[in-house]
Design a protein around this ligand. Structure first.
Ligand code: GLU
Ligand code: ZN
Length: 314
């Protein structure tokens, strides 16, 4: 099977070394095995996404030599379009399928309503939806991991978010880098949103539809999304798709040990490109990934021959 990987940036700003690190590892993982690399632009958020950032992302990737076989703004390839903002019809189809399972319901809670239901120990910033709007007919639908009731059609409600009920059971998967993970969706996030009340699509739904329809076999991305893989696996199951392999790489941190953000100007592509060659920047990312002993110029072909990439490309 040809490995198919992807890079799925949100065009909400200029990339930084952390984005390059993820892109490079994902590119090396599939390219070292004769695979294909897709560039998908995740521009679902109309407030934060800008076309000029998407163009800049393409320009930065090309300048580094991280070429994609499929995708991009111009949408080269059979599974386009590759901009999420042009894929609404596909998310509509998936939502209809999910509604047909009987597990979806409208939710009119505000963020304040949801925060008011949180227990004090959930102060790590994670918000768990407690099922406030869940209809009573859904309360006993999962028993022993099996569906127990007949499907009740989804009741449309204007301006309501669409939520998907999750089972109170463990989802187990093996991440290529982080190993075996067990997540109980009921305690991790609770019933989650597929489409917001304002009509915006949830990342979880869009990413699953896109990765499945684009034939992606491996999802390599930052480990801030490790646990959301469980939500995605649940969606793959309900939609009848085979999940890809997941590989979550550590996030790149700044000198204070904090995850890189737009404020770390010295590691932004704007600064890096003004002061370094592509090979030097690839070297910085490769060094942080443990592929080379120190941060020095390195070419993509040298990295493709590097034995240590096997840690990322199993
Ligand atoms: N668009 C997401 C981001 O830029 C990546 C999502 C993913 O790789 O699944 O953080
Ligand atoms: Zn609600």
């Amino acid at each position: 099977m040809t490995p198919i990987g992807r890079f799925a940036p949100s065009p909400s700003g200029r990339m930084h070394l952390g984005n390059i690190y993820t892109a490079l590892l994902s590119w090396l993982s599939v390219k070292s095995r004769g695979g294909k690399w897709i560039l998908r632009i995740e521009d679902l958020d109309p407030q934060r996404s800008k076309m000029e950032y998407a163009r800049q992302i393409e320009d930065d990737l090309s300048w580094l030599g991280l070429d994609w076989d499929e995708g991009g703004i111009d949408g080269i390839g059979p599974n386009g379009p590759y901009l999420q903002s042009l894929r609404h019809h596909l998310y509509e189809d998936a939502l209809a399928k999910l509604k047909a399972t009987g597990l979806c319901y409208p939710c009119t809670c505000t963020r304040a309503d949801i925060l008011a239901t949180q227990a004090p120990h959930e102060s790590d910033g994670r918000v768990v939806y407690k099922g406030t709007c869940r209809p009573t007919y859904l309360q006993s639908i999962f028993a022993g991991g099996r569906r127990t009731e007949t499907v009740v059609p989804y009741q449309e409600k204007p301006r309501a978010a669409v939520r998907l009920m999750v089972p109170d059971e463990d989802i187990t998967f093996t991440d290529r880098i982080k190993g075996c993970q067990t997540v109980n969706l009921a305690s991790h996030c609770g019933d989650f949103i597929l489409r917001r009340g304002d009509g915006a699509w949830a990342y979880q739904l869009a990413v699953v539809v896109d990765d499945a329809l684009m034939g992606v076999t491996e999802v390599m991305r930052g480990d801030d999304l490790l646990l959301s893989a469980a939500q995605q696996i649940y969606l793959y199951r309900l939609l009848g798709y085979t999940p890809p392999e997941f590989a979550h790489v550590p996030l790149v941190c700044n000198e204070s040990g904090v995850r890189l953000s737009k404020r770390d100007k010295s590691l932004s592509m704007e600064y890096l490109r003004a002061n370094h060659t592509p090979e030097e920047i690839l070297g910085m990312a490769a060094h942080r990934a443990g592929l080379i002993p120190k941060s020095a110029s390195v070419s993509l072909s040298e990295l493709l021959g590097n034995e240590k990439i096997m840690h990322y490309a199993l």
